[in-house]
Design a protein around this ligand. Sequence first.
Ligand code: FMN
Length: 338
Amino acid sequence: MTDNADRSPVATDARPRLSTRFTEALGIEYPVVQGGMMWVGRAELAAAVSEAGGLGIITALTQPTPADLVKEVERARTLTDKPIGVNLTILPSIAPPPYDEYRQAIIDAGVTIVETAGSSPEPHMQQFTDAGIKVIHKCTSVRHALKAQSLGVAAVSIDGFECAGHPGEDDVPGLVLIPAAADALSIPFIASGGFADGRGLAAALALGADGINMGSRFMCTVESPIAQAVKERIVAASELDTNLIFRTLRNTARVAKNSVSDEVVRILNDGGQFPDVQPLVAGARGRKVFEQGDIEAGIWTVGQVQGLIHDIPSAGEVVRRTVAEAKQRLQERLAQFA
Ligand SMILES: Cc1cc2nc3c(=O)[nH]c(=O)nc-3n(C[C@H](O)[C@H](O)[C@H](O)COP(=O)(O)O)c2cc1C
């Protein structure tokens, strides 16, 4: 972290500065990223994060077509003139989306930062690089981070076992994964999974990361386009209220604990296969949770960090207080031990 000369106390510091290799590489003010989130990462949320100095990310596949993605990026541009990223998640699928067309839409929309996730960004790197796009590759292991580094990505986002969504199959939590990544990588990287506040950002910086990525925390904000009941459920929930589904299929996903995810875990632990749970995990049911606020309607994604989420602020407020609290922790609490 290349902190600058600003040493004034947080309370009197209207706009604290916190620059790192990551902010410098990406051309943003604060090392706070809102990771791609299916059904959540739309223009309002991404723009609010970017406008506050972080990096907001629109989720490509939430848009029904590549043309809709271009329109969503244009809509975000009416809300902020700061850089906005697009997430392209490449996962195994029975009916894969037209990834190449979404990639072209990202390029056509003039986006300058892309977050790739799910599998290697290799098939898309040449086109993104030719278009001058900086790629942040999100992955869950040091070996995949090193592979991404060798492919020429600008930065890596390393997702610990705590994270919402797909933590991989290695089960290495951030407390080990982050310093392990710091030891191995030479490019900037941010820590992801389990972060909700400035304590987390300070800890990530202390462990060698150049910033943080947050999903669940930004999902529970005013601009997040999901039903209020889901946000209230996140506030009420503890760190114990997630389930790991698809473990036996080696496609683990961390999701909210509810009657549906309990049932999926039970069926698969009893020897069931994907077809046995397919109706329960249907995307349409999960979407209903977010749109109608019926938290038992299907599978929905959230991380253990919900145990640290106690309110529903604006996304800009999350960025501001995360940075302010991190500065305070670094300057006051940690300084007393220095
Ligand atoms: C509702 C939701 C949907 C998500 N969808 C995606 C996705 O489509 N692609 C992706 O790369 N990550 C996705 N994620 C993961 C986040 O980008 C981020 O890596 C993760 O939330 C970090 O863990 P945290 O929730 O503890 O902050 C999703 C997370 C949530 C909460």
